[in-house]
Design a protein around this ligand. Structure first.
Ligand SMILES: [Zn+2]
Length: 312
């Protein structure tokens, strides 16, 4: 294999080639020198704020993004094994199923924090708080009373639902349902004891406001080719505020958003009084790099990578 490229070149061209290579190397050295002068020695990590100098020349998280300000360094090595994985951004779909043993942490009953058609309905506590905030805002905005009609479903429950559902376009095989994460809920309008589906007007309001509570409409119209799930105006999933904002602002479904994070490296955004720093990490030798001076949380993406969300 070593000689394959070399033997393709004619020997008489080697002299000219050597000059060309030397020229390229010189250009590379000059270019590298320029970057070292401008940004300090580049680390192995794409995201590092500690090379900021006093001239205002700050590195950016990724191409086209705003410079980091006062965010400190993002280079604290932490073992994956010692990291708490929230799972808030874990992709669950036909290509990324959960095992039959997978049970989420912090499951709590949804009722009476929110209305629920079944008082034994469970959700992860963080997701429940998010739905509670959304439902309250919807009531205040006269959108209507909202209720959860399906929350956490374990593997066996999903098996039953799948067997009993005739139209399979709205039901996933066991292990492939987000309901097994405890982060997703099917919601409906429930006014004066009467339940009804999510109207187009209610959906429009929900889509525009749910990101503030970290929730996304998980299976939007027009994304079926990617999600492999038909449009579901009732199914919302908790992923966290900056992520839900990004999906809403850019019209991305979760699959597209996770691809974007891996490709771009990350972004920063200020929402209200909070500035978020979001970046993708591929654990190298079991190590992730965390912010040194910010609060943060970590979620696996279900595809082998991790998303770090830091804020100040
Ligand atoms: Zn659902």
């Amino acid at each position: 294999m070593q000689a394959r490229g070399y033997t393709r070149w004619h020997p008489k061209k080697r002299g000219r080639l050597a000059v060309t290579i030397l020229g390229c190397l010189l250009a590379l050295v000059l270019l590298a020198g320029h970057f070292v002068l401008a940004y300090g020695l580049p680390s192995a990590r794409a995201l590092s704020a500690d090379s900021a100098d006093s001239s205002g020349s700050l590195p950016v998280l990724a191409t086209g993004l705003q410079p980091l300000t006062n965010a400190g360094a993002f280079d604290l090595p932490v073992q994956v094994a010692k990291t708490t994985d929230t799972g808030f951004l874990q992709l669950v779909n036909a290509s990324h199923p959960l095992s039959s043993q997978s049970v989420p942490p912090r499951l709590v009953t949804a009722w009476p924090t929110v209305l629920a058609s079944d008082h034994s309905t469970l959700l992860q506590s963080t997701a429940l708080q998010a739905f509670s905030g959304l439902f309250q805002a919807a009531a205040d905005a006269q959108v209507g009373g909202l209720s959860v009609n399906s929350g956490y479903r374990d593997y066996a429950a999903q098996e039953l639902v799948y067997e009993q559902t005739t139209n399979k376009s709205y039901v996933q095989l066991p292990g492939q349902s987000e309901h097994q994460t405890g982060l997703a809920a099917d919601i409906e309008i429930c006014d004066a004891g009467q339940s009804s589906g999510i109207s187009a007007a209610a959906e429009q309001w929900l889509v525009g406001h749910s990101w503030r509570y970290g929730l996304i409409l998980r299976y939007p119209a027009g994304k079926q080719g990617i999600t492999q799930i038909a449009y579901e105006p009732w199914h919302f999933r908790y992923i966290g505020e900056p992520h839900a904002w990004y999906c809403w602002e850019h019209g991305l479904c979760l699959e597209e958003y996770l691809d974007y994070l891996q490709d771009s490296g990350g972004y920063q955004v200020t929402l209200g009084a909070t500035t978020y720093y979001v970046y993708y990490e591929a654990a190298q030798n079991g190590i992730l790099y965390m912010p040194r001076s910010l609060d943060y949380e970590v979620s696996s993406d279900g595809c082998g990578g991790y998303i770090v969300t830091a804020w100040e």
